[in-house]
Design a protein around this ligand. Structure first.
Ligand code: SF4
Length: 345
């Protein structure tokens, strides 16, 4: 590959989000990525919503809590984050001395984007005594305005750790917030954000699907709307849903979250049937377009050239990491997250 091609790709990286360079189609990308991992002492952390081939080459696959715990404890020199932007930012905040790479900087998140920090600052000023709890699906800057972060795995434990006489602001996901209000009995002040993937499940189509498959259990992520959650046999984080399908006797599940998780469900329980819950459009399943921006080619290029890299201002790291550390302390005290055999070395 000529230096001129690399120069041009770097020049275009800001507008494209990634190093747009030719990749030899005869290359075995799995082999090449494995080689780069060893050469560079790099670790690949992948979210459950990634393409299955990326999940299969990752060193650790998990939900936001497990991924944060892994990022905080790894010995690797380079963390390659196969996920979306806020997740790679979280890894950088937890391991600021390490190089954190994201295959495509434009892999964003509609939920994080639904809570711009300048608007949230004004909202927070209206409730000066409230404790701010933010779902980890938010920007690094929003984390600087947050007292405690949470994930869907630890959100109940985080809310319950706050004294009863304290007001609580919950941002940015109104659906998870409504679910937490119900679950904890606390009167949360909610920011009005949503995830574009979890809010478009079709209630009508899911009801029909349940009638066609009376033997199936509906399992749902708490980012889904209340009407759907009310029907669900089980509600949980992505790792919670995966664990439920392994442990429950039921043989058929209708899965109301991003379809990528089904790859791990099928691997763990090959004899069971998993039906993606249909969205309110012509598609049969629900994919996150941000998560799916990452490809094996982009993963290979970012590891080879160590770009795009996540760079954060030092003040954002210093201020924002406090809310993540607090969340990790509460999770550890509640015994949530990585199981002992998954604990990083
Ligand atoms: S599934 Fe929703 S919350 Fe998750 S990255 Fe995509 S847009 Fe964001």
């Amino acid at each position: 590959m000529s230096g001129a091609a690399l120069d041009l790709a770097q020049k275009n990286m800001e507008s494209k989000g990634w190093l747009d360079m030719h990749v030899d189609p005869t290359l075995d990308l799995e082999v090449e990525i494995e080689k780069l991992k060893k050469e560079k002492n790099a670790i690949i952390l992948a979210h459950y919503y990634q393409e299955s081939e990326i999940q299969d080459i990752a060193d650790y696959i998990g939900d936001s809590l497990g991924l944060s715990q892994k990022a905080a404890n790894t010995d690797a020199d380079i963390i390659v984050f196969a996920g979306v932007h806020f997740m790679a930012e979280t890894a950088k905040m937890l391991s600021p001395s390490k190089k954190v790479l994201l295959p495509d900087l434009k892999a964003g998140c509609s939920l994080a984007d639904s809570c711009p920090p300048h608007l949230f600052r004004a909202f927070k000023a209206q409730h000066p005594d409230a404790v701010v709890v933010s779902y980890i699906n938010c920007t690094a800057e929003l984390k600087t305005l947050t007292d405690i972060c949470c994930t869907s795995t630890n959100s109940v434990a985080v809310i319950e750790s706050i004294p009863e006489d304290k007001q609580i602001i919950f941002a940015p996901d109104r659906n998870l917030g409504a679910y937490l209000k119900k679950k904890t009995g606390r009167d949360l002040i909610l920011w009005n954000g949503t995830c574009m993937v979890h809010e478009v499940f079709s209630n009508e189509k899911i009801t029909k699907l349940m009638l066609r498959h009376p033997e199936a259990k509906l399992i749902a992520h708490p980012e889904c709307e209340a009407a759907l959650l009310d029907k669900a046999h089980y509600i949980g984080s992505t790792s919670g849903l995966l664990a439920f399908t392994k442990e429950d006797d039921c043989e058929t599940f209708i899965v109301a979250t991003e379809v990528g998780i089904i790859h791990q469900m099928e691997k763990a329980s090959p004899h069971k049937t998993f039906i993606p819950a249909p969205p309110n459009n012509m598609c049969a399943c629900n994919e996150c377009p941000h998560m799916k921006r990452n490809t094996m080619e982009k993963l290979y290029l970012c590891m080879k050239y160590e770009q795009p890299e996540i760079i954060l201002d030092q003040w954002i790291i210093d201020e924002g990491v406090k809310s993540i550390d607090r969340m990790l302390e509460i999770s550890a005290a509640a015994g949530l997250g990585l199981k002992p055999e998954e604990e990083p070395d």
